[in-house]
Structures are given as structure tokens and as C-alpha cells.
Design a protein around this ligand. Structure first.
Ligand code: NAD
Ligand code: UGA
Length: 463
């Protein structure tokens, strides 16, 4: 089937950028992105594309080119479903916070709601594409809902997981390492796969478009994230050993990364990985393994999370012990709150947990992040429910000027690797801080020699 009308349910970090690029590359396909969240849709429709709700380098330009031509953002979900031949489901799939599987399994309630809505509204045949990251065999549940509550229309279900990383989403979408499409092995399934292949083939070479069965596709997504996170936890484990032995983790990472069998990516030691997906997807993998009775498999992957929690915790503990075993009443400045550079996303950012630890020690925290608002910082801390909102608001201040943020601080903690941090007037910052002035570089970002020359007591990860 030749597709000329697409709908995507979920206008978040994946739905928005992915559909913008599809619309840019396929001007003859009408792409409508819908969401229940009116505020989010309003921001996607903001006349100034710099105000769209997802900060991604290059994205405003893509939206500018396609929006109003063949790219539309709307809250009219039913209408968009009805009009579309192919529907991407790109809603959130967070870790369950209640009931069985609490804290581990993926919460599929948003997915199920979408399926029921599609079943209720559709009067013509549709291809339904899982774009969200889902537990292996979710397509089975979707199929069951669509086929049993629908209006007798035919549905084909495909799995098309997204591999973009935030901060580089546009580049990742324009030049993906691969596009993965899973579908039924029946002739109808193969036809549906082909329709989606033809969309991507507008700009991705066909050799890079992999087609598999649905289960392989669903499981490949969880596996890819587990492998990537595992590399970060592995190098972080070695970073602690480096600190004890006099080895330097950057040198070790370079030495092993030059082995072509290991490769040099995802070997940067850090304060711990964050982001909405690594932890969620590994917990989900662990839960699935457990549910099949595969306890060794579950424990193997769970260790990646245990190591990551340890890495965050030891970073905050080290700040306290270095500052003479007390941070009570001391101002500590956080450079960065986002979970990585070039995004305004803060979900599961290490900064949140480091702040929470230090607040438990009665520290005063001042935050500077070029893209994260004060309201978001407060939201993230309040979400943990460790202390009252009032207390968080009193103890944590955000600043829009980095020099103000650092004034009278006992220490600076670098939590995000924003490039601009490297360009500051560090002498000026040093002059206004209390002495000794400490820097805890959780990203191994800054120039240690230069900082030590100025007089800073500088500590990085893994050396
Ligand atoms: P998000 O929270 O940014 O966006 C999800 C959106 O879906 C929200 O705006 C929400 O309002 C909307 N929504 C939820 N239920 C809805 C419904 N019934 N009808 C209409 N809208 C609804 O999430 P995200 O980061 O875009 O992630 C979406 C999925 O993609 C997740 O499964 C995630 O694991 C996966 N993923 C994310 C990334 C990433 O970089 N963030 C990368 C690859 C895959
Ligand atoms: C990750 C994957 O890279 C994407 O392929 C995937 O699509 C996405 O998850 C998802 O499913 O959501 P993302 O979380 O956006 O993308 O960003 P990453 O670049 O993977 O970084 C994740 C975290 O690991 C960040 O906190 C980052 O700072 C940290 N990290 C990464 C390190 O500490 N060291 C590294 O070497 C690499």
C-alpha cells in the first residue's frame, strides 16, 4: 500500500523529531502528530520554532521547513487516527510505579489506551507501528485488543523501535546506523513492512533497513540499550579501580577502545548514566527474564543498574568527605542538570540524585544549566518526595548567570558536559569562591592543569 497519510500518537522527544524528519523527507505524505497534552502541542505550533518543547540542535529548522506544509501538530487524536493509513504509537512507557512488577516492568497503560482508541475510531484498514520501546511480545497484546474491539477493519502491527539519542536526534534520524522493522511473516505482514520500508527509503539506503519478525525487533531495542548502558557501567566500574591504583580511566579507555573488537564509543567514565530509557529498559529486560524464570540472566543485567547507582552515590559521598565531612550550610554549585549535553531533558539525570544526597546532608545547592528551567529542577526534586516542596525551594536556587551561581560557593560539581563550561573565565569564578575552592568534575570535562594552576582543588572521575 502506498502511504500518503500518517499519524503519530505522542508528541514527545521521539514522536516530535522523528515525524518532523519523515515530513521533511517525504513532502507528499501528510504527517499529523497528536498528543493529549495541549500545552505541548501549543509549543510545537509556536510561530517561533526556537520555542518548540524539545531542544535538539537542528530541529527548529526541520520543523520550520515542513510545518504547515505536510507536518501538523494537533490534539484532535480521533480525527488524525481516522485519516491515517499508518499510525505510529510513540507514547511514554515508564517503569510501573504500582501493582505487580512495580519498579521494574514497563507500564503499558498508555499503549493500551492508544490501541483501544484506534480500535474504537478506525473505519478503514490501518498499519499500527510500535515506535515506543516495548517489552518483547507486546504486539501480541496490541493485536488482541485491535482485533477484538474493532469495527471489523484489518490491522497490521509492526515494530519499528527508535534508536536516536537525545542531543543528536536530528543527525541520528537523518543518518541512522540502521532502521529496524519487524512484522508478521504472513503475506499481509510483509506488505505492511514494505509500506514502511518505502517511507524510510526516501532518505535511508535500503541496505540499512533491516526487516525481522516482530519479536526480534522488539527485543533488539531493549538489547541495544542494555549493551550501551553496560559499557558505561563497565568503564565506571574500572574508574573506581583507577582511583585506587593510580591508573587513569581516560588512558585505559583509549587503550582498550583502539581494539577494533571493543571500539571506542560509550567508554566515557562519568557520574553515572541518566536519561529516560537506559534504566527503564534494563529493568524491563530484567523483569522479562525473571518472568521466564531466567534468574541468572536477570541478575546479570541488573548489575548494570546496581553499578550505576553506586557510581552516583560515591560521587556525592566523595564531595561530603572531601569537604571535611560536612556540607551542612555550604553552597555547592551544580554546572548542568540535564542528563547529557545538548538536551533540555532531565529525566533520571544523575544531577537529581546527587542533589538529593547532598540536600540530605543539609547542603545549599545552586544550579546553572543553559537549557533547564528553575521550575524543572524543583519538579525533579519534588518528584522524589524526599522532603517538602517548601524545603526544596529554600535549599535549591537556579541561576541564569553562571558567575552568580558560583559566587561564595565552597565547591562546584560538573554534572553535564555542556561545551560552554570549558570556555568560562575560571579565574573570575575562582576569585569569588570560598577557599579552598573545589571542583568535582563528574564528566572529566575541564582542563585540570589550568584549573590547578589557578588554585582550584580539582577532582575528576577515575584518576
Ligand atoms: P515523552 O514522554 O517525551 O512523550 C510521550 C508523549 O505521549 C507525551 O507528550 C504524552 O502526553 C503523550 N501521550 C501519552 N498517552 C497518550 C495518549 N493516549 N494519546 C495521546 N498522547 C499521549 O516520551 P519519549 O521520550 O518521546 O518516549 C516515547 C517512547 O519512545 C518511549 O517508549 C521511549 O522508551 C521510547 N524512546 C525514547 C527515546 C528518547 O530519546 N527519549 C529514544 C528511543 C526510544
Ligand atoms: C540512548 C541510546 O544511545 C539511544 O540509541 C536510544 O535510542 C535511547 O537511549 C533511548 O532508547 O531512549 P540517550 O539516552 O538519549 O540515548 O543518550 P546517550 O547518549 O545514550 O546517553 C545516555 C546516558 O549515558 C547519558 O547520561 C550520558 O551522559 C551517559 N554516557 C554515555 C556516559 O556516561 N558515558 C558514555 O560514554 C556515553
Amino acid at each position: 500500500m502506498k502511504i500518503n497519510s500518517i499519524c503519530c500518537i505522542g508528541a514527545g522527544y521521539v514522536g516530535g523529531p522523528t515525524m518532523a524528519v519523515i515530513a521533511q523527507k517525504c513532502p507528499n505524505i501528510k504527517v499529523t502528530v497528536v498528543d493529549l497534552n495541549q500545552e505541548r502541542i501549543d509549543k510545537w505550533n509556536d510561530a517561533n520554532t526556537q520555542n518548540i518543547p524539545v531542544y535538539e540542535p537542528g530541529l527548529p529548522e526541520v520543523v520550520q521547513e515542513a510545518r504547515g506544509r505536510n507536518l501538523f501538530f494537533s490534539t484532535e487524536v480521533d480525527k488524525a487516527i481516522e485519516e491515517a493509513q499508518l499510525i505510529f504509537i510513540s507514547v511514554n512507557t515508564p517503569t510501573k510505579t504500582y501493582g505487580s512488577g512495580k519498579g521494574m516492568a514497563a507500564d503499558l497503560k498508555y499503549i493500551e489506551l492508544c490501541a483501544r482508541q484506534i480500535a474504537r475510531v478506525a473505519t478503514t484498514d490501518k498499519i499500527v507501528v510500535e515506535k515506543s520501546t516495548l517489552p518483547v511480545r507486546t504486539a501480541e497484546a496490541l493485536k488482541s485488543i485491535l482485533h477484538n474491539t474493532g469495527n471489523g477493519v484489518q490491522f497490521q502491527i509492526l515494530s519499528n523501535p527508535e534508536f536516536l539519542a537525545e542531543g543528536t536526534a536530528v543527525q541520528d534520524l537523518l543518518n541512522p546506523d540502521r532502521v529496524l522493522i519487524g512484522g508478521d511473516t504472513t503475506p499481509e505482514g510483509q506488505k505492511a513492512i514494505q509500506s514502511l520500508v518505502d517511507i524510510y527509503a526516501h532518505w535511508v539506503s535500503r541496505e540499512k533497513i533491516l526487516t525481522t519478525n516482530v519479536w526480534s525487533s522488539e527485543l533488539s531495542k531493549l538489547t541495544a540499550n542494555a549493551f550501551l548502558a553496560q559499557r558505561v557501567s563497565s568503564i565506571n566500574a574500572i574508574s573506581e579501580l583507577c582511583e585506587k591504583t593510580g591508573a587513569n580511566v581516560s588512558e585505559v579507555a583509549k587503550a582498550i577502545g583502539m581494539d577494533s573488537r571493543i571500539g571506542n564509543k560509550f567508554l566515557k567514565a562519568s557520574v553515572g548514566f541518566g536519561g529516560s530509557c537506559f534504566q527503564k529498559d534494563i529493568l524491563n529486560l530484567v523483569y522479562i527474564a525473571k518472568s521466564y524464570g531466567l534468574h541468572e540472566v536477570a541478575e546479570y543485567w541488573e548489575q548494570v543498574i546496581i553499578m550505576n547507582d553506586h557510581q552516583k552515590r560515591r560521587f556525592s559521598k566523595n564531595i561530603v568527605s572531601t569537604l571535611y565531612n560536612t556540607v551542612s550550610g555550604k553552597k555547592i554549585t551544580f554546572l548542568g542538570w540535564a542528563f547529557k549535553k545538548d538536551t533540555n531533558d532531565t529525566r533520571e539525570s544523575a544531577a537529581i540524585y546527587i542533589a538529593d544526597d547532598l540536600l540530605n546532608e543539609q547542603a545549599l545547592i545552586s544550579v546553572y544549566d543553559p537549557k533547564v528551567s528553575s521550575a524543572q529542577v524543583q519538579y525533579d526534586l519534588n518528584y522524589l518526595q524526599t522532603r517538602s516542596e517548601q524545603t526544596n525551594a529554600t535549599l535549591v536556587q537556579s541561576h541564569t548567570n553562571v558567575y552568580e551561581a558560583c559566587k561564595d560557593a565552597h565547591a562546584i560539581a560538573v554534572l553535564t558536559e555542556w561545551d560552554e563550561f570549558k570556555t568560562y573565565d575560571w579565574q573570575k569564578i575562582y576569585d569569588t569562591m570560598l577557599k579552598p575552592a573545589f571542583i568535582f568534575d563528574g564528566r572529566n570535562l575541564l582542563n585540570s592543569e589550568m584549573l590547578e594552576k589557578i588554585g582550584f582543588k580539582y577532582q575528576s572521575i577515575g584518576s
